[in-house]
Design a protein around this ligand. Structure first.
Ligand SMILES: [Zn+2]
Length: 409
């Protein structure tokens, strides 16, 4: 039977991100799309002669990649912290800024004070910036509400922003991000609230796809994190963890113990932590934007992660304090420059492995049956996406089978 596609893209080189070779290249390829799915992928010369299509697109030698997946963001919040950035650079200390109600406290205050409309309006340009660079799936965490109502409000806002911009979203409840002022000095009481009230509420309302926590000397202890994870699993939600960013608290191993989808940051993760992640199939999410902004000097153990075959993802960590980044393309460059990923690894980190970090297996590659999220780029080789600092060579984006943005070559 002759295939009939809704959309047929020809004249494209394909970075399918499948198989063992970097990029899974197919030169002079074609992509047939039916409905929301990719129906056919291959070399154009192998396309059935009698294939028909409702709509055709000649890519004129552009490269096609899977739609990009930003698998770690905190992009829904109100206000920003440019004032603190400036204060630090004009001589203030972190302690002085915290004393003056700055840091995460400032963002929690602004986020709680914002109406739903204001929260959505403040967040929309950030997601629109990511989307313009080919992000078709984004993860958005809560963590600036720090009470049940405001955490749920943030998750709902994340869904609304994503629908507005036309990006598919996975939401993550990060109520265990920091201890709110009402619970100052009583972190265990706050964790009680998170476990008894916030997780059940978010799960019950269908607002969260996963649960995350900040396990760190300045965050929550491994024991507190365990309680959060046990409550999440009891409510059917998979977990993720901010782990070993500033010190080795055994976060990666703890995440692996709970079969976490991902452990994120990992600058201080030990060999044992990496081995545990490898056994559990937990993805390592690397966040070069925060490493850069905090002027960290200890890079995550990329060589060891690579040696153990731990899948590595790369994300923006878009947040107002430590990574006010809205460019996943810039993160590709930073992952290569700062962390020494190969361009092939970095690109897998924002496609195939990023999807896996969200527990999604129907995207992140160009293969028959996958969701038709595709980006066309005016580049001569996939490595160019990682090589550039700034600029956007995107030419067209297909979101779930629909050609949503297009620029003439
Ligand atoms: Zn984060």
């Amino acid at each position: 039977m002759s295939p009939a596609f809704d959309l047929l893209i020809t004249g494209a080189h394909l970075a399918t991100m499948t198989g063992d070779a970097p990029y899974g290249e197919i030169r002079d390829g074609a992509l047939g799309i039916s409905g929301e799915r990719i129906a056919w992928v291959g070399a154009q010369r192998d396309l059935p002669r009698d294939a028909s299509a409702h709509r055709r697109l000649d890519a004129h030698g552009a490269w096609a990649t899977p739609g990009l997946v930003d698998c770690h963001t905190h992009l829904v919040y109100a206000g920003n912290r440019a004032n603190e950035f400036e204060a630090l650079l004009t001589g203030a200390t972190y302690a002085e800024i915290a004393q003056a109600g700055g840091g995460i406290k400032a963002t929690v205050g602004a986020t709680r004070a914002a109406s739903d409309e204001e929260l959505v309006a403040a967040s929309r340009p950030r997601l629109a910036a990511l989307a313009s660079e080919g992000v078709t799936t984004v993860e958005i965490k809560s963590g600036y509400g720090l009470d049940t109502a405001n955490e749920c409000r943030q998750l709902a806002a994340a869904r609304r922003v994503a629908a507005d911009v036309g990006v598919d979203v996975r939401t993550t409840l990060l109520a265990a991000h920091a201890v709110p002022a009402e619970f100052a000095g009583r972190p265990d009481d706050y964790i009680d609230l998170v476990c008894r009230e916030t997780i059940p509420a978010a799960a019950g309302a269908g607002l969260a796809d996963a649960v995350d926590a900040f396990c760190e000397t300045i965050g929550f202890t491994p024991a507190q994190t365990r309680r959060v994870f046990a409550a999440a699993l009891a409510h059917g939600l998979p977990v993720k963890l901010h782990a070993d960013q500033l010190s080795d608290t055994g976060g990666a191993a703890l995440a692996a113990e709970f079969d976490a989808l991902s452990a994120d940051h990992l600058e201080y993760t030990s060999e044992a932590g990496i081995a545990a992640m490898a056994r559990a199939g937990t993805v390592a999410v690397l966040l070069p934007g925060a490493f850069y902004a905090l002027r960290e000097t200890r890079a995550p153990p990329v060589a060891a992660l690579r040696a153990r075959g731990v899948p590595m993802a790369v994300a923006t960590d878009c947040n107002p304090g430590t990574s006010p980044a809205t460019s996943l393309l810039l993160m590709l460059n930073m992952a290569c420059t700062l962390f020494r990923l190969t361009p092939g690894e970095a690109l897998a980190g924002v496609t195939r492995h990023a999807a896996r970090a969200l527990g999604i297996n129907d995207r992140g590659t160009l293969a028959a049956g996958q969701r038709a999220d595709i980006v066309l780029w005016d580049i001569a080789s996939p490595a160019e996406l990682c090589y550039r600092i700034g600029g956007n060579p995107g030419r067209g984006i297909v979101r779930a089978g629909r050609l949503s943005e297009r620029r003439e070559p």
